[in-house]
Design a protein around this ligand. Structure first.
Ligand SMILES: [Zn+2]
Length: 216
């Protein structure tokens, strides 16, 4: 899902990509751009590549809200930072007199935070539990280069969700060392990852007071 900003009530959804997977293995998808009936902030165009003219001929939320609500149905929603998506979806459903989606679901961000309490800080910075960082973490960084469009984010989500499940059930061995996910072995702080000349180095965030530095 892409939006005009971070405020679930005041901002609007500009793109949704929904994928439904049934227990029987049926796959269905629903995808649409949505005209937010307001200018898109420059920063959002920069992140998503979506411009005002891309959305000028897209349906308004009034035209698609019902179809989206039907597609979401009553299954278990899965998203990375699920509360964020539900805030936007439910605000849209309320504005269009539709039934809200229950708050229960699977949030891969919360799972990642619980499994990897001190996930290292990646070269690109930002939130270390971002989908793109988790992809890197799982060695999948080349699978989907084009994150930040709704469809690509969902494809990332599926891969990350699968890996989190395998990791948490002990079915998969990951290639990363423990300090990468659980912090400095000496002081417990998160660590910074740097990559130079093909070498990856973890440096304790507490430096210079803690001097731990590990080649990984
Ligand atoms: Zn340390």
């Amino acid at each position: 899902m892409e939006t005009t900003g971070l405020d679930g009530d005041r901002d609007r959804i500009i793109e949704v990509f929904l994928l439904s997977l049934s227990k029987k293995g049926d796959v269905a998808e629903y995808e649409t751009l949505i005209n937010p009936e307001r200018p898109i902030p420059a920063k959002i165009t920069e992140i998503t590549g979506l411009t005002d003219s891309d959305l000028a001929n897209a349906p308004t939320e009034k035209e698609v809200a019902e179809a989206i609500r039907e597609f979401v149905g009553f299954g278990t929603p899965v998203a990375h930072n699920l509360p964020f998506d539900l805030r936007f979806l439910n605000a849209m459903f309320r504005r269009n007199n539709l039934v809200e989606v229950s708050r229960a679901g699977i949030d891969t961000l919360a799972i990642s935070r619980a499994l990897f309490p001190k996930l290292c800080i990646y070269p690109e910075g930002g939130g270390s539990h971002r989908l793109s960082n988790l992809m890197y973490h799982f060695g999948l960084e080349n699978s989907y280069a084009n994150a930040h469009r709704a469809r690509d984010d969902v494809m990332l989500l599926i891969e990350v969700f699968r890996h989190l499940q395998e990791y948490s059930s002990g079915q998969a061995q990951m290639r990363f060392p423990e300090p990468m996910t659980h912090g400095c072995p000496t002081c417990g702080s998160a660590m910074y990852l740097t990559r130079t000349d093909g070498q990856s180095v973890l440096t304790c965030q507490k430096q210079p007071s803690c001097t731990v530095k590990l080649v990984v």
